[in-house]
Design a protein around this ligand. Structure first.
Ligand code: NAD
Length: 492
């Protein structure tokens, strides 16, 4: 059966379906970026919550913001917003379930004004975001909003036909203010330290130029909770779609696959109310910073370490990389020696347990998380996942050898070939600059560190540069695996 509302009762014979009346739901949440992660995480939590039928205010409207999101928009439209979430359990079995919390969907390039109206609707109390790390338009060199981005310039000139999240939010908040409506909460679900602070700071930078009168209203009417989000959600493969059809008879054009683990730690700062997500496993706390820092510096950084080293070694998936004992040992030492000491106080968390569980999650051979996905947009990820640890260590004169090794590997990765000479599939908004600097680095390794929007002033730190240059030469001479075997961890 094709997945849609009218086929749900047939489908329920093989897959569990939403046991609540979707037509009774009001849309209280607008979500921008209906990629895999949103559908495995927030939409899943919300679906669980909606099984309490007294909850009717928190249906989700999914916004596809970019041109290339036409496919997900069309899929959701064809399927009445329904999709299958397939949890890949540790024992290799699959638990599929149809999720019903997305009750509306809009394609922004086709209907920008509808999107703005929806964001400004009185029923909508929360606008959530998964727009990727790069979507925040933050420039590491200036530590500020990037007004040079041509899309931002476009939005400033065409406020009613925006292309970026900043243009949309500004117009929607302006409408709310002009109509005397209440404010709302803007909640980032992206992997960024202080994602609420970042959202607020970037939005206010844009608004201060685009609509200066709106700044004070936003300050008093909009809240931006920080949150730590976690659930490994690889890209859906063709095999996943076929497997679902063959094992359940459900024809879903775009199911989502994910690991069983999930975590959502949210700062309780919702100016116009919120769903009781805590009843379905989310944690509300007054300060999420330690959780965020731990997760970004261990899980996300760990992913990048495995992704970059694994790509050069010719692996396709994260489990292959972490199940190589030499790479695993490198990651273990990186986490213990360079990351753990700078995490600060993590009250109530057993760090060793956490690191151990990460290795198990990375090693899940059923997840098959693609190294290409992990390495995509590294220019936006490395400054968030790895460089804060490096900077904290350098400030204390602490060890950075392993992080420098990873950055050197990234410089070599950016040449576009793995160690067997196979072409790497590099997806990065900065791909051409990375490639240019990577080429210059063959003669002068330091050239790669000149990309200030990624590395800031790191090129001026002689401790880092020495470690990085040495690692660069070693990897070129001997390859990643020999190098990681030879690293003397005792001299950290
Ligand atoms: P995906 O490729 O499935 O979807 C990406 C989504 O981001 C798309 O909906 C796209 O429209 C949107 N997007 C991309 N660039 C944008 C921009 N400049 N402005 C607005 N929207 C933009 O990826 P995903 O797995 O859904 O991951 C999205 C984000 O979610 C990640 O970047 C990360 O911050 C966060 N996240 C993902 C995972 C995971 O395991 N996949 C885990 C935790 C957090």
């Amino acid at each position: 059966y094709k997945l849609n509302s009218s086929n749900l009762s047939h489908i329920s014979e093989s897959v569990s379906i939403p046991q609540y009346n979707r037509s009774k739901l009001k849309t209280g949440i607008v979500h921008v970026g209906i990629g895999g992660f949103h559908r495995a995480h927030e939409a899943f939590y919300t679906d669980q919550l909606l099984h309490d039928e007294s909850v009717t205010d928190w249906g989700i409207c999914g916004i596809a913001l970019l041109d290339f999101d036409a496919k997900i928009y069309n899929t959701l439209k064809e399927q009445d917003g329904l999709y299958t979430l397939i949890v890949k359990e540790l024992d290799g079995t699959h638990t599929p379930q149809v999720i019903g919390s997305i009750v509306e969907y809009l394609f922004a390039p086709e209907a920008p004004l509808k999107v703005i109206e929806k964001m400004a609707s009185a029923d909508v109390k929360i606008i959530t975001l998964t727009i990727t790390e790069g979507g925040y338009n933050y420039n590491e060199a200036t530590k500020d909003f990037d007004f040079d981005n041509p899309l931002i310039q476009h939005d400033l000139k065409h406020p009613n036909k925006p292309k970026t999240i900043f243009g949309y939010l500004t117009q929607a908040l302006k409408l709310r203010k002009d109509r005397g409506l209440k404010g709302c909460t803007i909640q980032s679900c992206d992997n960024i330290q202080g994602n609420g602070h970042m959202s607020k700071r970037m939005l206010l930078s844009y608004v201060s130029i685009a609509a200066p009168d709106l700044v004070a209203w936003i300050e008093s009417h909009v809240s931006f909770p920080n949150a730590m989000v976690d659930r490994i959600t690889p890209a859906t493969s063709k095999a996943d779609i076929i497997n679902l059809r063959e094992t359940t008879g459900v024809e879903d054009a775009w199911p989502v696959v994910c690991e069983p683990f999930k975590q959502w730690v949210i700062e309780d700062n919702f100016i116009e109310g919120r769903p009781a997500w805590e009843t379905v496993g989310a944690q509300f706390v007054s300060n999420v910073e330690p959780y965020e820092k731990m997760k970004l510096s261990l899980l996300n950084a760990g992913h990048s370490v495995l992704g970059i080293l694994g790509a050069l070694l010719g692996y396709d998936t994260i489990d292959e990389a972490v199940n190589n004992p030499n790479v695993r040992s490198f990651l273990n030492h990186y986490m213990d020696v360079e990351v753990s000491p700078v995490l600060g106080d993590l009250e109530g968390i057993d760090l060793n347990d956490y690191k151990q569980s990460l290795l198990e999650r990375f090693g899940n051979i059923n997840i098959k998380d693609q190294i290409d996905r992990i390495c995509s947009e590294s220019s936006a990820k490395i400054p968030i996942f790895i460089l804060p640890t490096v900077n904290a260590q350098l400030a204390e004169n602490g060890p950075v050898k392993l992080a420098a090794f990873v950055i050197a590997a990234w410089a070599i990765y950016s040449l576009g070939k793995d160690e067997q000479g196979h072409t790497l599939n590099i997806k990065d908004a900065m791909a051409s600059l990375l490639s240019e600097k990577a080429t210059a680095a063959i003669e002068n390794p330091k050239a790669f560190l000149e990309i200030e929007s990624v590395f800031g002033k790191l090129k001026n730190d002689s401790n880092f540069v020495v470690a990085y240059t040495q690692a660069y030469k070693n990897i070129i001479d001997q390859g990643v695996e020999k190098c990681v075997i030879a690293i003397n961890y005792n001299h950290e």
